[in-house]
Every structure is written in C-alpha cells, then in structure tokens.
Design a protein around this ligand. Structure first.
Ligand code: CA
Ligand code: CA
Length: 395
C-alpha cells in the first residue's frame, strides 16, 4: 500500500513538473473561442467565424487556435477583416465563403491551402493582402469583386492550376509577382484603371498566351513577363515610358514588337532570348540600348527606326546586341511629329517647323522631295505621300 502511494505521488510530481507544452493537445481539442472582436466555432471540420469586427492576426509561429484540419470556412456577416495567417497551411480546406461585410483579407491568410478549390470573396473586399492565396495549388477560377482596389504582392503566386481570373476595373494597384509561376494561366484582362505593371507580375507564366497592357500604363516593371514562353505579340501602349530590365526575357513567341515613342531606354536584357522575334520598331526617343537587350534574338532581321540615320548613330548601344548589327535598319521617314506613323498631321507639323523650328523640332532629315532644301514644298510632298505613297516617295 505504501509502495503504491509513493508511485502515485511520483506520478503526480511528474505530471505537475511537465512543461505546459505537453498539454497543447487540450488547446487543439477546443471547439470554440474568441478571435479579435469575433468568435469562432468548429463543427466537425467546418469552421464558422461570427461577430462584428476584425479577427485577430496570427503568425507562422503563433498559429490560429482552430488548427489546420478544417475543410470548410464560413465567415458570417459582421466580420470585417480576415486575420493575417488565419488559415495558413490549412491543407484540407476546400471551400471558403466570405460574407459581404469582409473588407480586408490579411496577408498570408490562405497561403498553402493546397486543397482550396472554391473561393467566394463577397462583394465588399477592398484590399487583398500580400501572398493571401500563394500556393493554393487547387484553385482553378477566381472572381475578384469590383469592390477591390488594391491587391498585394504575390497574392496568387504559384497557384499552379489557376486558369481563369476575373479582374474588375477599379483596381489601381497590383503588387509585385501577383501571378508569378501561375503555370496554367492562359488569358488575362488587366483593368483599365491600372497605371503600372509591377515587377515579376507574370514571371514564369509559361502558359500565358494573351494579356493586354491597358492604355494609361506608364511603366512595366522588371521581369514583368520574364519567361512567358507562350505569350503572343503584345501591344505596348503609347502611355508607357519605362520598361524594366528583363521585362520580356524568353518571350519566345514574339515576332514583332513596337516600342512606344516616349521610351528613352531599352534596358538590360529586356528582349533577350526572344528567339522568334523578327522585327522591332524603335522610336526616335530611344537614346540608349542596354547590354544584352537583344541577346540571342537569332531571327531579328528588321529594325524599323522612327528617325534619321544621324539620330540612330547617336544611340548608345551596350554589349551583346549583335542581332541589332546583323539586322537591316529601315529609317521610317515622314513621321516628324513622332506619333501614329505618317499622317497629314506630319505635313502640317513640318510646315510649322519651317516657320518656327524651335517650337516644332524635328528629329529627322526633312528634305522629302530631295531638292536639297527643307521648306514648305517638303510639307506639301509629305501630304501628297499620305495619299499617293508610290508617286511621292520620301527621300
Ligand atoms: Ca506622325
Ligand atoms: Ca526639299
């Protein structure tokens, strides 16, 4: 009896001496509690978040109390914010439905939810935090509601099976690498309200075939379309003035590209390894071409230059651009105002140039009739060229 008592005593001592961590199984067995201004309850593997206000934020080390074995999440009306890391690594989670009261999705909220297929974002979300859906590898379709104005960096990065995404107009900010390594993404329509394309936005989107660059975009970030090996020719609108390094590396399907007037520099490796590229149009605004800009463009045979030979000679060209040397350069004469090719507006511009050369500068030789002088006769010749190009060739 005494022996049994001492064994019991020892057992009690051991249990009380055990670190708190040994009882963590208790916490994971809980089925309800509070999270920020809200409450949560678990029914089997279905989690419901209720209340009015924000959920609390979690981290990778300070995990959410409902564990990672949930299969469904219901966010009830009243909840305004999904906490950071709220459902991080919930690898069994298949379905999420946000109520219309949710305005903000915290960062990493659904990252590594590798079974997540059905996502309904409600109609009030304005901000989707960084990496919120990164590595949601089962996600095929998503509709971003029109309430959204800002999407963080890497939000859909590495969603390997994402095929369709609807992005509404109204969005003004889409973060770096938002779709990087979305290997199934084929077609994307970007919103007209966007003003820049962030760096790495479509990096490594190997299936991407069509994407628009909306009018109003002023800059294309570094590596924005790097390794988009299936991307068809793209129209770069005239609003673009800056194209980041490596922006179009390995865009194998490009056959011709027009750089808009206003771009002053074709930077490092922008079109490197565009192995199908046959022709490029370069505006007279370009003053420098960086190292490797056209490295390994073996099919590049035609360069259409919207300026004079004299102006071309002044372009600073970096190393490893041998394709530019072997290609034939065509000097597109007549587009004296530098917009929209040769039109009657150019004749008018040239006439004004003969009166006010400082107010109407030209970047090319304008002796279009070849008589040795630049005067109103050349403006007239240029106008006739727009109607009868074969009868009035430009000299
Ligand atoms: Ca013109
Ligand atoms: Ca002349």
């Amino acid at each position: 009896m005494k022996k049994l008592l001492s064994i019991l005593l020892v057992a009690v001592l051991i249990i009380t001496a055990m670190p708190l961590g040994a009882f963590e199984f208790k916490a994971s067995a809980e089925t309800s509690g509070t999270t920020g201004e809200c409450t949560w309850s678990l029914d089997g593997t279905v989690l419901t978040i209720s209340g009015n206000g924000v959920m609390r934020d979690y981290t990778d080390s300070n995990k959410a109390p409902w564990g990672i074995n949930i299969t469904e999440v219901v966010i009830e009306n009243g909840v305004t914010r999904i906490g950071n890391y709220a459902f991080y690594r919930c690898t069994s989670l298949e379905s999420v439905s946000l109520s219309d009261s949710v305005k903000i999705i915290g960062w990493y909220a659904f990252m590594y939810c590798t079974s997540l297929e059905n996502v309904s974002l409600g109609n009030s979300v304005t901000i989707i935090g960084d990496y919120a859906f990164e590595y949601c590898t089962s996600l095929k379709n998503i509709i971003i509601p029109s309430s959204v104005t800002s999407i963080g960096g890497g939000v859909f990065s590495s969603c390997d099976n994402l095929e369709n995404v609807i992005i509404p107009d109204g969005i003004t900010s889409m973060g770096e690498g938002m779709f990087s390594s979305c290997k199934s993404l084929k077609n994307v329509k970007l919103p007209n309200t966007l003003t820049s394309i962030s760096g790495n936005m479509f990096f490594n989107c190997k299936s991407l075939e069509n994407v628009n660059i909306p009018d109003g975009i002023t800059s294309i970030g570094p590596s924005a379309f790097n390794n988009c090996v299936s991307l068809n020719n793209i129209t770069i609108p005239s609003s673009v003035t800056s194209i980041g390094i490596r922006a179009f590396v390995d865009c194998h399907k490009f056959t011709n590209i027009t750089i808009p007037n206003g771009v002053t520099s074709i930077d490092f490796a922008v079109f490197a390894y565009c192995e199908g590229l046959e022709s490029v149009t370069i505006p007279s605004s370009v003053t420098s071409i960086g190292d490797y800009a056209f490295e390994e463009c073996p099919k590049l045979t035609s360069v259409y230059y919207l300026g004079s030979k004299e102006a071309k000679a002044k372009i600073s060209v970096g190393s490893n651009n041998s394709a530019l040397d072997s290609a034939k350069w065509y000097y597109i004469l007549g587009d004296v105002d530098g917009v929209e090719g040769v039109t009657d507006a150019d004749a008018e511009y040239l006439l004004m140039h003969t009166f006010f050369p400082e107010d109407y500068p030209v970047e090319q030789t304008c002796d279009f009739n070849g008589d040795g002088n630049v005067n109103d006769a050349d403006a007239e010749h240029l106008l006739m060229f727009t109607f009868f190009p074969e009868d009035y060739p430009l000299h």
